[in-house]
Design a protein around this ligand. Structure first.
Ligand code: SF4
Length: 470
């Protein structure tokens, strides 16, 4: 091999019985600059951690990884030669690195144009993607500990829905919140990793992906929306592209994607345009928290200058059945009765579909604790109750329009009532745990974790009732 920086990492093999197969071996060719070398080290480390051996030559390798350079013409030629040599000597080749991200004159991937027989191609900084290709072509050695764990990992949710975390931390400094001081600034996960995790979950039977973060609209800001790789394709690290990828993937598994914690930045309008297509649900969880400009300013809320009523109208014009969910805080320090009334007026006008409201509660270490005008507990609680009472009427009115319609329902389980068992499920309008449910009857087989069609026969403040269509 031209450059096998890691071949000397082979350790003496542990004694094994004659019937036990030797661990799979991977050959590694590392070309390019120190950044590429670090990528190589990461991949080799991961291979060793998973029990693969690093082979010193093509003959002892079950598969070869070539980490390429695409900087200047000579480097491109050297990389293409190395791939050709590995293909000729071994035949099973995965290509990673800078050359993997380059396109030829016609826009197609340069490596696959020259060497169509390579097993897979990724760009640089793609350890997880490379490992996924290795797993696909050279299964992992058996590990008695980790092999007890399913590919999708251990989930604490029911088998048919899963939370998909796309980033950690937050760049905002809302005065009532201490998350940034605990978890730091926004760090977005690589788009390839997120989409791959989504694929594993969907392949494991998940029918609803709940996208979560502290600020989903900000996905990729910290990465300057850099181009990542999804299955070797260049894709920008940005909310719009991520939702498009997840929606397309979900559609191939007949599954849903639901977006949470979306701040109403202007680019969200482009995401709304994807809703109702592929697997992207027409559902937006937008935590407004308040409506009065002075309180929003005191809260230091992101996107507080947006004209939210106009935005909601525009979203509904674009996607008539969109569900807009939000959360609010009543009784923030210094909130006057007039400012609270302003919030109630906003609620009347916005006619949100799903709403949660909390009475303000100080969190130790939060900046809002220093604000003047702390309201007594009873006032905060009374405002919360008034807010929820108003919303109950709005919600009941909005739900009534579904009576008589036929809706797609994801079946969560069965509830025992005095009159017997009733099936429980959720429509596109309902996130698990926080929104409403559909209670329905029917005599057919009930596919828990699957979809059924339900004719809606009744509604109340939060939930729907119906009959399964056989
Ligand atoms: S409440 Fe504000 S600061 Fe806290 S996580 Fe959400 S956006 Fe970030």
């Amino acid at each position: 091999m031209p450059t096998t920086r890691s071949s000397s990492t082979r350790r003496p093999r542990a004694k094994r019985s004659s019937r036990e197969a030797p661990p799979p071996s991977v050959g590694f060719v590392s070309l390019g600059c120190p950044k590429a070398l670090v990528d190589s080290e990461r991949i080799v480390t991961q291979l060793r951690a998973e029990g693969y051996l690093i082979a010193p030559n093509y003959g002892d390798s079950d598969l070869v990884i070539v980490n390429t350079c695409g900087f200047i013409d000579d480097a491109v030629a050297e990389s293409l030669d190395a791939i050709g040599e590995a293909l000729a000597e071994n035949g099973k080749v995965i290509v990673t690195g800078c050359l993997g991200a380059r396109s030829g004159a016609d826009g197609a991937n340069l490596v696959t144009q020259v060497h169509p027989k390579v097993l897979a191609v990724t760009g640089p900084h793609a350890t997880e993607e490379v490992m996924a290709h290795v797993h696909a072509h050279l299964p992992k050695p058996h590990d008695p500990f980790t092999d007890l764990v399913p590919d999708a990992g251990i989930k604490l949710t029911p088998r048919h829905y899963a939370y998909l975390k796309i980033s950690e931390g937050c760049n905002h400094r809302c005065s009532f919140c201490i998350i940034p001081s605990m978890r730091g600034d926004l760090v977005s996960r690589p788009i390839g990793d997120v989409v791959r995790e989504a694929g594993t979950l969907l392949a494991g039977g998940v029918k609803e992906l709940l996208v979560i973060s502290q600020d989903t609209s900000a996905y990729g800001v910290d990465q300057k929306y850099r181009t990542g790789f999804v299955d070797g394709r260049p894709v920008r690290t940005r909310m719009l592209e991520l939702v498009r990828e997840l929606g397309a993937l979900a559609a191939t598994h007949d599954a849903w994607v639901r977006l949470h914690y979306v701040y109403p930045y202007p680019h969200v309008d482009e995401v709304v345009a994807l809703m109702g297509q592929d697997g992207v649900l027409p559902y937006l969880d937008v935590p407004f928290q308040h409506a009065h400009p002075r309180i929003l300013k005191l809260m230091k809320r992101p996107a507080s200058g947006e004209k939210n009523i106009e935005r909601i109208r525009a979203w509904r014009a674009a996607v008539p059945d969109i569900t807009v969910r939000s959360t609010f805080i009543a009784g923030f320090p210094g909130e006057t009765e007039a400012e609270f009334d302003y919030l109630l007026d906003f609620l009347r006008e916005a006619e949100l579909d799903r709403v949660g409201c909390f009475a303000y509660s100080p969190v130790e270490g939060a900046g809002a604790n220093q604000l003047p005008g702390t309201l007594p507990d009873e006032v905060r609680e009374e405002r919360r109750a008034r807010f929820m009472q108003l919303q109950a009427g709005i919600s009941a009115r909005r739900l009534r329009r579904f009576v008589g319609r036929e809706m797609r329902v994801l079946v969560d389980g069965v509830e025992q009532q005095d009159t017997g068992a009733v099936a429980l499920g959720r429509t596109a309008m309902d996130a698990p745990e926080i929104d409403g449910v559909v209670r329905f009857t029917g005599s057919g087989r009930l596919p828990i974790g699957g979809f059924v069609r339900v004719r809606i026969t009744g509604s109340d403040e939060h939930d729907l009732q119906g009959e399964m269509i056989e």
